[in-house]
Design a binder for this molecule. Sequence first.
Ligand code: SAH
Length: 213
Amino acid sequence: MKDTLKHKGMRNKLAQVLIDKGIKEKTVLDAIREVPRHLFMDSSFEGHAYQDKAFPIAANQTISQPYTVAFQTELLELKPNCTVLEIGTGSGYQTAVLLKCRAKVFTIERQLELFKKTNIFFKKMGYRPKKFIFGDGYKGLPENAPFDRVIVTAGAPEVPKALLSQLKVGGRLVIPVGFENQIMTLYVRISEKEFEKSEFGSFKFVPLLENKN
Ligand code: SAH
């Protein structure tokens, strides 16, 4: 598959759809206009890649809906060169959006099949996260902590303590919390011990799974 002017045109339309749904941040919209989402998906979905919908990827997982990706990214309030820990790499689409916003990304995926596939894809496409780890995101990444931002792209029953503790003071963590449906939740670390929590709309994610071993 290639990226063509036709795809670019479809991305511009998608960005307009996201603007109509309330996304405002230019950096985020520019990333949506640039990242070739169809290349992150199975070729059989190519014709649908620029619809504002989630689609299946390998290992029973999904590539998040563009609106969700844009909404979470906007909530992060990224600054150039800020460090971002991403839990749930999946197809790598959200990772690529973060990279386009000039973040330094550390990303973790727990499904081996997806990890291998996306790792090859990143190399082929020239996407360069600082680290791409096969492991359990519940634990975060202590060796590179603290982070300016943390984003979780799977539904968590509650916010993992390790992720809160790996956030810098002034840092922002965005996580969908809940079982069937999730409430998009933002934690801002306002001091060493205090977090300010705010809740946004309801979303639907695949579950964040903990490794019990
Ligand atoms: N941002 C991705 C979303 C993929 S779906 C995209 O748009 O493609 C969520 C991903 O989280 C899945 O790939 C799933 O395997 C992964 N995941 C679930 N639990 C995890 C955990 N504990 N640690 C890391 N990744 C996890």
